[in-house]
Design a protein around this ligand. Sequence first.
Ligand code: GH3
Ligand code: MG
Ligand code: MG
Ligand code: MG
Length: 375
Amino acid sequence: MPWMETSETGSAPPVDGAQDSEHLSPLHPEVFRFSADMYIRRNALTISTGDHAIHTLALPSSGHPMRVLAAEDNPVFQSMLRTMLTKWGYQAVIARNGTEAWRVLESEDAPRLAVLDWMMPGMDGVEICRRIRSANREPYIYILLLTARTESQDLIEGMDAGADDYLTKPFNAHELRVRLHAGRRILDLQEELLKAREALREQATHDGLTGLLNRTTILEKLDDELSRAARAGTPVSVLMTDLDRFKSINDTCGHLAGDAVLREAARRLKSAARRYDSVGRYGGEEFLVVLPGCDASDAALQAERMREAIGGTPFLLASQPISVTASLGVACVSHCTPEALVREADDALYEAKAQGRNRVVVHAAAYSHAACSTP
Ligand code: GH3
Ligand code: MG
Ligand code: MG
Ligand code: MG
């Protein structure tokens, strides 16, 4: 005895004669035969499936139902897909033709799972697959193609165009459900991979203690900015920032307290920076700030702001205020290598230390050099 199920409300009575699939004629005027074990009646939209199924809710890690695009031009199939997807715990997004489907899939927040009819007005499912794959976007969209075609050449065309899986019509509801489930597993795995890749990228480019860019990355950033500045004929400045007598904080308050000071100093430097500046941890208690578009006097002002950000307000260590200051050396583009510019900033920093610390010194060359004109 097939299991009867009503779609939208779950309470509508079974369609006459639909209780037993054996008794249904595919030619029955009100019943559209869709698969060996599924029938829908145009008015009552009742689905009969061949056996009981365990329906797990399709909840991704966010806790919201997973959205699935169902692109189908036949209104009967549309409602049927909507009903099944909803029942399986998905949020169905319906497109009535290929153009609508493409609009949904190219949007920023596109569903990651798509069931596309092959034959649709506007744009067919295979063309949509091709477009999605050539856009090479992330996150990945898993595509299940619905097709009435059974020739293996047709299926090869669909898979070649970028479909992940296909179902031939008429298809079995359970088969669609488990294939969607398989698609979700692939998407989940892909999400884990993306997260792992992102975490590795973060680890490789950022400093673990302060969260700032690490030495390699801030130097790469400087290299990029210098190349850009050379093309645009604009200046680049750098600030080498060093905490004053930091060793004595370690010696008197301990290394953990020293770490806390480094984190807070990094936070203050970052908040004093402009949006397009980059701040990195260059060494132990040394920070490198890259200021694109800043000439020497802009950079001197910015350096003064950063000195004030560190020294202007005491740091709190276990609720005890301690005074921390920083010295800064400023250099403005004069050489085209990051190393040369950093060396000038370092020399200026050395001079700031020599003059008594807690101050900004601009390298003598910074005001006289023109912006780089050769890469
Ligand atoms: P100056 O004003 O001349 O810069 O004096 P300073 O004490 O700041 O400079 P010095 O180079 O003598 O000491 C820097 C200290 O920074 C020594 C080192 O142990 C400490 N340091 C480097 N990295 C870390 C870190 O990640 N955590 C902690 N707590 N200390 C660090
Ligand atoms: Mg169609
Ligand atoms: Mg120091
Ligand atoms: Mg130092």
